[in-house]
Design a protein around this ligand. Structure first.
Ligand SMILES: C[S@@+](CC[C@H](N)C(=O)[O-])C[C@H]1O[C@@H](n2cnc3c(N)ncnc32)[C@H](O)[C@@H]1O
Length: 280
């Protein structure tokens, strides 16, 4: 799958999905991840920890194709309200189609300029989004603005400094995995910085919960994820095409002998918006 965009487009395809080489492939990859059993468990633990309750009004910033929105609709029930925004027209169209009948409302917007009044949501969340944005602090400030006093702002990101993959050639593997994230993201270790982002936005009672995402089989989600890493390693000239293929072959060999292991930490941080008199 080629997801890299033309020259001049940011190398992280999730930064500008609509200008990437294959937006439809990114739509498919979000849905593949959404269906993955380990990812589903991770997501549900995060939503439980916020927590999301029946009749809550919830906004998801960077909703993608609506994987989390569909979970949220079930959790808030018919008396609740779920909205999602995303700057990409492609994923908003997909989310509208995939969330049909759930009561979820989606619209195209940027997280740094939310088209909502102050104090309107019980919970505002962003799941694996801040890693991809140019100014995560601006997005968290906007999420805080549209959350009611006493409501919660919740953010979750993976942290690529915690990525571990069993591989016969560890040096090659490190070159690819560490090298690619340093080219793709301005802050590949964003997960561990989430509590500071919430504190800087004026939130209180900040809690951090770290989950380990673990796969011991080469699922279709893992295959797609690692395939993109190999493709990017060649694109960023970290390795040649032969070494990238040798790396993928090593992974296949591990999977065939039942020794495949991939883990990464997902950091989930939740803060409470204080009453106006305590905010600067
Ligand atoms: C990895 S996807 C996550 C989608 C969804 N939250 C999920 O977990 O399935 C990251 C999303 O962030 C969106 N995004 C990128 N820049 C953004 C910004 N400035 N404001 C809001 N969302 C943004 C992308 O368009 C993409 O849909």
């Amino acid at each position: 799958m080629t997801t890299a965009g033309p020259p001049g487009v940011h190398p992280d395809a999730f930064r500008e999905i609509d200008r990437s080489a294959d937006p439809a492939a990114l739509v498919a990859s979000l849905e593949t991840r959404g269906r993955d059993a380990a990812q589903r468990r991770l997501r549900q633990r995060f939503l439980r920890a916020i927590p999301i309750r029946r009749r809550h009004a919830v906004l998801e910033v960077g909703c993608g194709t609506g994987v989390v929105l569909r979970d949220l609709a079930r959790l808030v029930g018919p008396g609740g309200r779920v909205a999602g925004i995303d700057p990409s027209r492609t994923v908003i169209d997909a989310a509208r189609r995939l969330c049909r009948g759930t009561g979820v409302h989606v619209r195209q917007a940027n997280g740094a300029t939310l088209p909502f009044a102050d104090d309107g949501f019980d919970v505002t969340l962003a799941v694996t989004v801040l890693l991809h944005v140019a100014d995560p602090a601006a997005v968290v400030r906007e999420m805080t603005r549209v959350t009611r006093p006493g409501g919660r702002v919740a953010v979750q990101d993976q942290d690529f400094g915690t990525c571990a993959l069993a591989h016969p050639d560890r040096a090659l593997s490190d070159r690819i995995l560490d090298g690619v994230v340093n080219h793709l993201y301005e802050e590949p270790y964003s997960g561990r910085r989430l509590p500071a982002l919430l504190r800087d936005a004026g939130l209180e009672q900040i809690r951090l919960r770290t989950e380990v995402f673990q796969e011991t089989t080469l699922t279709s989600y893992m295959q797609a994820f690692l395939g993109r890493r190999a493709e990017n390693a060649v694109r960023f000239k970290l390795v040649g095409a032969d070494d990238a293929q040798r790396w993928l072959d090593g992974i296949t060999t591990m999977a065939a002998s039942d020794t495949f292991v991939f883990t990464i930490n997902y950091y989930g941080a939740v803060g409470v918006k204080p009453p106006a008199r305590r905010r600067a």
